[in-house]
Design a protein around this ligand. Structure first.
Ligand code: DC
Length: 225
């Protein structure tokens, strides 16, 4: 039997990491985990429980409440859905209200420690594709394949707009552009496990590649492992 691989996919927001991870997981029959959804789940909990005031997280209170935040992925109708304390929050976590605060939540060390531990547990048996910002650097530093995904900024904005539209969420090009810029800045400059391209990562610029072409590109890499 072939070894079940661990594949780490990192990159800036809206580069198509989750789409690629999902497509690859389907092709390989692996588990797919969108780690960003977990940070969004924590951000949603904080918003709903008044742990963020005027877009500023109340860090001490958030840390006190971490034990009350239970996140779980369930696959229903071939879709990976995120449940926050047993409630399906897959659509809510994509709303602008969450997008606007999630990067700040993701700077909190204790939040990261909790989520990284849960992510590592999910990957214990291999056969997993996880996308995020710190997957190759922190979560699975010994991953079999590490990809760093990039794409042209305008393409990224358009992809995020399309994704939101599909989920029935309205937004504008400028609004998405501003949010992505802010998040890229916070994600790559924070003190706690910032987004970095690790030395052994392979860069995938998918600006001119469609979904099938990207999967094919990665499958070729996997064959060479
Ligand atoms: O991938 P995304 O845009 O849904 O991620 C939401 C936020 O969570 C993003 O701004 C950065 C943060 N994040 C992180 O810090 N580490 C991860 N592994 C995944 C996401």
């Amino acid at each position: 039997m072939k070894k079940k691989l661990t594949i780490a996919i990192d990159g800036f927001s809206a580069c198509g990491k989750s789409t690629l991870a999902k497509d690859l997981a389907k092709k390989l029959d692996y588990i797919f985990i969108d780690s960003g959804a977990m940070y969004r789940g924590v951000a949603l909990y904080c918003l709903e429980n008044e742990l963020i005031i005027d877009a500023e997280p109340l860090v001490d209170r958030i840390i006190e409440n971490l034990n009350h935040i239970q996140l779980e992925f369930k696959t229903i109708d071939q879709q990976s859905l995120l449940f926050l304390n047993n409630r399906n929050v897959s659509t809510e976590i994509r709303e602008n209200a969450v997008a606007n605060v999630v990067s700040k939540i993701a700077t909190i060390k204790d939040v990261r420690q909790k989520l990284v531990a849960e992510q590592q547990k999910m990957g214990e048996k291999g056969g997993i594709i996880m996308d995020g910002r710190d997957i190759a650097s922190v979560v699975f530093p010994r991953a079999d394949l590490k990809l760093f995904v990039t794409a042209d900024t305008k393409i990224r904005i358009q992809r995020r707009l399309d994704e939101l539209k599909n989920k029935g969420i309205t937004s504008s090009f400028d609004e998405v552009a501003k949010n992505l810029k802010e998040r890229d800045f916070i994600d790559s400059t924070r003190a706690e496990s910032p987004l970095i391209q690790v030395e052994d990562a392979i860069v995938l610029d998918n600006t001119n590649l469609n979904r099938e072409e990207q999967v094919e590109w990665v499958m070729k890499l996997i064959e060479q492992l």
